[in-house]
Design a protein around this ligand. Sequence first.
Ligand SMILES: Nc1nc2c(ncn2[C@@H]2O[C@H](COP(=O)(O)OP(=O)(O)OP(=O)(O)O)[C@@H](O)[C@H]2O)c(=O)[nH]1
Length: 386
Amino acid sequence: MPLSTVICIGMAGSGKTTFMQRLNSHLRHKKQVPYVINLDPAVLNIPYGANIDIRDSIKYKKVMENYQLGPNGAIVTSLNLFSTKIDQVINLLEKKADKYEHCIVDTPGQIECFVWSASGTIITESFASTFPTVIAYIVDTPRNKSPTTFMSNMLYACSILYKTKLPMVIVFNKTDVEDASFAKEWMTDFESFQHALREDQDNGTHEGSGYMSSLVNSMSLMLEEFYATLDVCSVSSFTGEGFDEFVDIVDKKQDEYNEFYKAERERLLALKEEKEAARKDKSLTGLMKDLGLNGGKSKKKSGNDSDDSAEVVSDLEEGEDDGLVDRDEDEGIEREYTFMGEDRLGGEINDQTQSDLQERYQKAMEQTAKQASSETAENIAKYIRQ
Ligand SMILES: Nc1nc2c(ncn2[C@@H]2O[C@H](COP(=O)(O)OP(=O)(O)OP(=O)(O)O)[C@@H](O)[C@H]2O)c(=O)[nH]1
């Protein structure tokens, strides 16, 4: 079976690290040694052997000191620094892909630092665009006995599913303390969840106000669709119960990934690239318009030219500030402008400058024609600045 990646995500204390440790030993026991990656820069000790550990390349405490950051800022910055090396990690993994069936990844306890950060997205995307990738969302079962807490946790899982667009398994952990059958029932039987919510209110153990319960009530209806796309399993990272089922689900999800998610991801990626190309094209047109290179006409915006492109100097109406600041004679500093001396008189580019620019622009176009379209605008801007 080709290598698949399992990214473990969950609220602080849900048991991700302990789950990783158990999964690692479970797979080893089955003679399917996994490739293990730790992405939590702040953890002191990890109870499993990691093939790649973020702490080897990034010193969390140093990041805090050097960048004067608090604990969460330092986790995000450490992930940012690590995400610059993610290509190397993927290359390494690709070379070993025939030796391993599973790559398991531990993430920081502060879930938002990973899930909602740009680097978390880059890291997840890098795995998902190379290998079938599954999110294991770890839930602390005993702490989710309250319907309100349960609902909040499920909403978080739901947002992660829709953000990452990756197959997800909800893992109810710590079942040695609390059996997860209540949670499974709530996910399949809407009425039993409503009943639990009402009971919670009647017993006075309900967390929050009446508004909260009516919100939770409506949310539970909304989440029905989300539950339908999920796989659920219950495990105990202490006893090892349920891990066979978890591995089976992950293997099944690999087929699901190849059948559905892969095609959908490729479609979205192509769409994103298309949009990006259109945006670059638009900003290039804006740049050209700004420099008065659009057919040699005046750079002022005409009345009916009301497109919504990025705001440029030429977008300013007659009589408005022309975008150039008058020189303060008494400042005594030689200021530098993009267009020197007489070229900027009246805020217009004179004919000589315009034809010079036209020529330079053409040369720049010839030079950059062979380069990727994403670089074109930047190169021309750089060339003209020179
Ligand atoms: N009873 C029981 N306790 C567990 C289980 N899994 C984890 N724990 C306990 O839950 C606590 C948190 O476990 P961790 O593995 O550190 O959780 P984590 O999600 O990695 O924590 P952070 O990364 O710090 O957010 C620890 O005290 C574990 O011993 C389990 O299956 N059963």
